[in-house]
Design a protein around this ligand. Sequence first.
Ligand SMILES: Cc1cc2nc3c(=O)[nH]c(=O)nc-3n(C[C@H](O)[C@H](O)[C@H](O)COP(=O)(O)OP(=O)(O)OC[C@H]3O[C@@H](n4cnc5c(N)ncnc54)[C@H](O)[C@@H]3O)c2cc1C
Length: 484
Amino acid sequence: MDTDVLVVGAGPTGMTLANELLVAGVSTVLVDKLPQRSDLSRAGGMQSRTLEALDQRGLLEPLLATGDHPVIDGHFAGIPLPAHLARHRLPWRSVPQVVIEGFFEEHLAAHGIHVRRDHELVGLAQDADKVTATFAHGATVRARYLVAADGAHSTVRSLLRAGFPGRPGTSTVVAADVRLSGADPLMSHTWSDDGHWAAVFPLGTDPQGRPLRRLALGGPGRSVPRVVPVTEEEIRDGLRMVFGSRVHLLELRYARRITDAARQVEQYRHGRVFLTGDAAHVHLPLGAQGMNTGMQDALNLGWKLGAAVHGWAPENLLETYHRERHPVGAAVLRNVQAQSLLMDWAGTRDPDVAALREIFTAMVQLPDVRDSLADMLSGMAIRYPMPGTETHPLVGRPAPDMDLLGLARLHELLRSGRGVLLDPADRFAKVAALWSDRVDRVGQGADTEPMLIRPDGYVCWAGSPDGSTHDLERALGCWFGAPR
Ligand SMILES: Cc1cc2nc3c(=O)[nH]c(=O)nc-3n(C[C@H](O)[C@H](O)[C@H](O)COP(=O)(O)OP(=O)(O)OC[C@H]3O[C@@H](n4cnc5c(N)ncnc54)[C@H](O)[C@@H]3O)c2cc1C
């Protein structure tokens, strides 16, 4: 075997996964067909749950130190969800995808994982023990597991002939990186009376420190085939339609057309091959969910592959990747569908849609509705189906970040990539000792109820301090394998 895990594709999903495998201590080969890192401008927003997960690995501070990454407001279908009203410790940030990829590539290289570029996967075969990948220049790599993080047009997905149901794109809008003048409308969606719309988000600064914006333009007659190049005149015209003379284009740096295609693979696992990120799901980039969902796929899968390679994975642990992440991807597709309808993405000017948006906009002012949408879009509402979800409200959810009475913050304990058992009454030392090679126990000082947290930061058991050890033992066995 050349490596434990072969990761195909060094976008944000593949890089996140390679880092999780590094933390888990398994050998990893990360390949990409491109000769150098892509400078395509794509994602610009990072959600609370992704920020939290990076914090749990000690990567958030250094990532945010790479430049100016302001907190940004969220939105649902263009209806603002102000960041200062959300309940999350880490509100959304503007972090461009190219920055994330550059950051991860350097971090991985510093730890011995160098992206093997010019490696285009063209062939794939698997048997009971291994996967063999063939590259365009003739080389082969044999691995115990292969992870497809090769994007929306995934070669691995095609080679597997994996079902990818959904709908093809029916219309396009323009997405552009620009500098704007005038009353620069930050982080807002604006509609004109005749159905044209513009959305403007912060996108860092240029080398001279001038603010850059991601601009999206849509409306009647704006849907043009993807292959037709976007012109500067088209952008000026779109701005004029929505803002009149209030906003002008100062510089057009990059533009493309994006479609509303929406698809998801039927199965995330195919034997020893796993599909992640855009290779598993594609949809409109509404609410900054594509890259974030892909990175979170990787966070879910990484430690499980680590457990399988190290030989302690309980039966079916790898199955839980599909069971947990497929519903999350499906829910993202559904909320994007609802958003594109509500914001009249295609510029139909349908009065029914306008009426619906008016009512919805009023409802979003209600704190409960706003919080629930913010939780959904930020990834904080994710709840994985696990034993115990019916008996305890924390099980299946991201662990609450907490200060363990000055010992540390819980998230700092997760940096090692091991499980954590919070045991405030020191009741479970004996049983925890049986898993001490995989799970750290935090005894007295943890001002909380007892809970068991997986390496990806999700609570997989919680109980009362005087409860029996039986349930805990079962949960330890279910997620961390047989006792020593
Ligand atoms: C305009 C725009 C704005 C967006 N905004 C946001 C946002 O704000 N927030 C958000 O979360 N998402 C956003 N997205 C979506 C986001 O960009 C994608 O979801 C994200 O890039 C997916 O990451 P990935 O690593 O799964 O795939 P990719 O980034 O596509 O990476 C795949 C990698 O695989 C490599 N590859 C492909 N085929 C092969 C092969 N055969 N062999 C080897 N390597 C291969 C490619 O070269 C590439 O480097 C946006 C997208 C667009 C277009």
